[in-house]
Ligand binder design. Structure first.
Ligand code: ADP
Ligand code: ADP
Length: 234
């Protein structure tokens, strides 16, 4: 039972150089699976993410998420990017609550049950090592702390699908590996489907159940490997 399925998908940008960003791309990710997509810069990884979440619509091919064709931005998805993109005029906690202000049914509930959502946000912050930091503004946090907060924001509405586009790219090696463990524990606990885009093979093999390798020009999946060797637990 595929949770994310792309079949023969081709997409080109109007303002691009004429080459499709992805071409005849197919892939299938099972529900609850942790998938990684690896490939060189510019091969179409971000485009694949945008297509899977309905931020871009393909020129050709079909895309199903949770069994349904993607016809609008996918609300059951949470996303975190290389750049944490927290709003500077909101505290960290208020940044975490942001998706709830947009996505139903949380939007209507937030007015009545703000306290329970705040408690949930604080629990999430504690899980990623940011206990008690919710009142700080993003610019009072280090890059690694902002990245953790942005991960919490992606998780606050309990998405069935979590998309991570190079979320550890800008971090120092120590913080990065610490966050790998955080993500792995979150996945073990929640069992949401995760798609991680990275050019770090070590990161992919540490985290993912299945690795898709992409080529550039044409941007498509050229290999798929199941990671079934035991990995260290802390
Ligand atoms: P990756 O994430 O693997 O680095 P991208 O999906 O960002 O790759 O880009 C794939 C190709 O599509 C690249 O050639 C890139 O220049 C092009 N591209 C990406 N986004 C746009 C855009 N908004 N407009 C035009 N071309 C784009
Ligand atoms: P990533 O680090 O995810 O590979 P990129 O550096 O490829 O991201 O792209 C950064 C931003 O610039 C993205 O929003 C992408 O859509 C946009 N972009 C990338 N390539 C092009 C392009 N050739 N023309 C216009 N926009 C682009």
């Amino acid at each position: 039972n595929a949770f994310v399925a792309l079949k023969d998908v081709t997409h080109a940008y109007g303002s691009g150089d004429g080459f499709p960003a992805v071409e005849h791309l197919s892939l299938s990710i099972a529900e609850g699976e942790f998938a990684a997509v690896v490939g060189p810069s510019g091969c179409g990884k971000s485009t694949l993410m945008k297509l899977a979440t309905g931020l871009q619509f393909p020129r050709a091919g079909t895309i199903l998420v949770g069994g349904a064709p993607v016809t609008q931005p996918v609300r059951i998805a949470g996303m975190a990017f290389q750049n944490p993109t927290l709003l500077p005029w909101r505290t960290t906690l208020e940044n975490l609550l942001l998706p709830l202000e947009i996505v139903e049914p949380h939007r209507s509930r937030l007015k009545r049950e703000r306290g329970s959502y705040v408690a949930k946000a604080e629990r999430l912050l504690a899980q990623v090592g940011l206990k008690g930091q919710g009142g700080k503004y993003p610019w009072e946090l280090s890059g690694g702390m902002q990245q953790r907060a942005s991960l919490c924001r992606a998780l606050i509405h309990e998405p069935q699908l979590l998309l991570l586009d190079e979320p550890f790219g800008a971090l120092d090696a120590f913080t990065r590996e610490e966050l790998w463990c955080v993500i792995r524990d979150l996945h073990a606990e929640r069992r949401m489907t995760v798609v991680l885009v990275t050019h770090d093979l070590r990161e992919a093999t540490f985290l993912a159940d299945r690795i898709f390798c992409m080529s550039a020009r044409p941007g498509r999946i050229v290999a798929e490997r199941v990671v079934d060797f035991p990995r260290p637990r802390d």
